[in-house]
Design a protein around this ligand. Structure first.
Ligand code: PGA
Ligand code: MG
Length: 217
């Protein structure tokens, strides 16, 4: 049986619309123009502080605003669940993987509180035996420490990381585990330029891919 750890934003859930709402509330209060959905997707993946920094820089807001804007962003982030949906086929794929006896975890750069809040809201939390956020340890992805911690918590067996981004590919590489690449999330560059073991564009294909990768159902 495999230990399968998933990234969250852009992999299991399309959370950019909710994140954009929080960002645009802050920008409106600063008198700046809102982010497009495309910009928001580009800014996700390296954690909340980097997202606020990218948003601020894109609108010419000073560095001196960073701490205050980040604090407000994080304060409002837990409630940012209403526009978020799992990608099509996610629940069925998770059901199939758990049914086949695999153990599942999450390793995301999203802070742990909003991570747990959105999983609960979407009733996805029951699938995961271990959950690691961007602030669970002193370091975050692409440092492999949180991913290794997730695998350690799941115990022995084949290990694989499932993610959508350049950051996830680097994290898997540094942890020395195969990377299953969901190509329809928030990647910034071409699929071919991002190192991966297998790529998939539809969650209906994931159980079979895991079976191919490990010779197990
Ligand atoms: O950047 C974030 O906050 C979260 O992104 P991730 O779930 O793709 O790691
Ligand atoms: Mg992601």
């Amino acid at each position: 049986m495999a230990r399968i750890v998933f990234d969250l934003d852009g992999t299991l859930i399309d959370s950019a619309p909710d994140i954009r709402e929080v960002a645009n509330g802050l920008l409106a209060e600063a008198g700046a123009a809102p982010l497009t959905l495309g910009e928001t997707r580009q800014f996700i993946g390296n954690g909340a502080a980097t997202l606020v920094e990218r948003m601020r820089q894109a609108r010419g807001l000073p560095e001196s605003e960073q701490d205050r804007m980040l604090a407000t962003f994080v304060e409002r982030y837990d409630a940012a669940v209403t526009l978020t949906l799992p990608y099509p086929g996610v629940e069925d794929a998770l059901d199939a993987l758990v049914g086949a006896g695999h153990s599942l975890g999450i390793c995301t750069n999203k802070p742990i509180r909003p991570c747990r809040a959105v999983l609960k809201h979407l009733r996805l939390n029951g699938y995961f035996d271990t959950i690691w956020g961007g602030d669970s340890l002193a370091t975050r992805k692409p440092d492999p420490a949180p991913l290794n911690a997730a695998f350690d918590a799941l115990g022995g067996g084949h290990r694989v990381y499932v993610g959508d981004s350049e950051v996830d590919a680097e994290t898997a590489q540094r942890a020395g585990v195969p990377f299953l690449f969901f190509t329809e999330g928030y990647r910034k560059t071409e699929v071919a330029s991002i190192p991966h073991s297998f790529a998939f564009d539809d969650f209906a294909k994931l159980p079979r891919l895991v079976q191919q990768a490990f010779g197990e159902a």
